[in-house]
Design a protein around this ligand. Structure first.
Ligand SMILES: [Zn+2]
Length: 244
């Protein structure tokens, strides 16, 4: 089995993270959701890496807006959701649930996880213990339902929560503090959530990022993974949408 990839979070816009995965043995460098091409290219260049593959979770411009710049600079092929092919430019290889993509020496499984968008996919790298969940599963939260139904998102989250505990999860946004403020409001007196909120507050006060997270932490503290059914999930999601 290949050693785990070197992973770098590239901050972009106000709260996005673009993820770089690098294999030192082969030099393969994948970028996940390059909303800002210049930021992704600069972060790779600063490390002496050349982006060789683009992976896209869903069509939203803050995840796809930098594809053209990355491809112009590197010629890297672009892999992303076939179901959203018409919603963004530059998709070379369309992916559907159950497909596999070679990412350097690792294999990514493609999971269709609709809810935030209808074609949203996640990249799961079981041999490296990694998951890239885009705007579906966040640390302490989940994506808004822009296109899908509560049933779809509930099923997508249940599926992601079934990953092994130690799986390291890489969402695409730094929403963790706001997510745990809501979690503490929705589950007052819950010690696990209160402890995580305090930890996240410390990290943000120090200017540190709160990601990645793990499936174990999310199962223990993410309120959206506690909903027993889609109806309760829907009411929790509505509560978060109006929470300030
Ligand atoms: Zn999105």
């Amino acid at each position: 089995m290949a050693a785990a990839p070197e992973i770098v979070a590239v901050p972009a816009f106000s709260d996005n993270y673009i993820w770089l995965l690098h294999d030192s043995a082969t030099g393969h460098t994948a970028v996940v959701d390059p909303g800002d091409g210049a930021a992704a290219l600069a972060a790779a260049e600063a490390r002496g890496w050349r982006i060789s593959q683009v992976l896209i979770t869903h069509w939203h411009p803050d995840h796809t807006g930098g594809i053209a710049a990355v491809v112009a600079a590197t010629g890297a092929p672009v892999w992303g959701p076939e179901a959203e092919r018409d919603k963004f430019a530059g998709l070379d290889h369309g992916l559907s649930d159950g497909d596999r993509v070679e990412v350097g020496p690792w294999t990514a499984e493609v999971w269709h996880v609709p809810g935030h968008t209808l074609g949203h996919i996640a990249f799961i790298l079981p041999d490296a213990g990694l998951a890239f969940t885009g705007d579906t599963l966040f640390a302490g939260g989940c994506g808004r339902l822009f296109e899908g139904s509560p049933e779809q998102m509930f099923t997508s989250l249940e599926r992601l929560a079934s990953l092994p505990d130690e799986t390291v999860v890489h969402p695409a946004h730094e929403y963790t503090l706001s997510n745990y403020r809501f979690a503490a409001h929705a589950f007052p007196g819950d010690a696990a959530i209160a402890g995580r909120l305090a930890e996240v507050q410390r990290l943000r006060a120090a200017g540190a990022m709160t990601l990645p997270t793990t499936i174990a932490v999310e199962r223990a503290t993410n309120p959206f993974l506690r909903a027993p059914d889609a109806a309760e999930f829907a009411s929790l999601r509505q509560g978060k949408d109006s929470f300030r």
